[in-house]
Design a protein around this ligand. Sequence first.
Ligand SMILES: [Fe+2]
Length: 174
Amino acid sequence: MQGLLIDEARSGALLQGLHTGPDMLSRDYLKAARRVLEDLVAHPDPFAGLTLQRKPGGYARNLLAGDAQVSIWAMVWSPGCATSIHDHHCSCCFGVVSGVVRETWYRAINASQAVPVEAHDRAPGYVACMLPSGPNIHRMENCGDREAISIHIYGFDHQMHASSIETEYALAKL
Ligand SMILES: [Fe+2]
């Protein structure tokens, strides 16, 4: 299990803004997560002082805060790296701090294959929040030639789950 990158007080303050009630899949929760992310991406200075982990050629996850219901991560995307095509077992909210992250949406054609539907380049300041009931199948990729950083808030306990991913899909050959 990964340790926290920021001190407990800051971590607790971040989490406090997310606890809207017992239902972490509600619209109120998503609104709260959006508010937290909008604030983080608009005022990213605190991240400048953090020693974020990097993964050459890939993306690195840095745990900023987490409890039994939610976890907040800073993701560092190396140029050219990408996630798998995947959906989530929990709510997924993210905001871009620096660089550009391309998000491609997919439609499943069976239990293991998906086709692309649309793609968007997400620039600094962009924030998205989604529930797992979508279905929300996507892939994130740093198409640029410099590093990108994004903040992700997931509705999962980082001590219980290794990641937010529910199902991974292969690109369907049509
Ligand atoms: Fe995702």
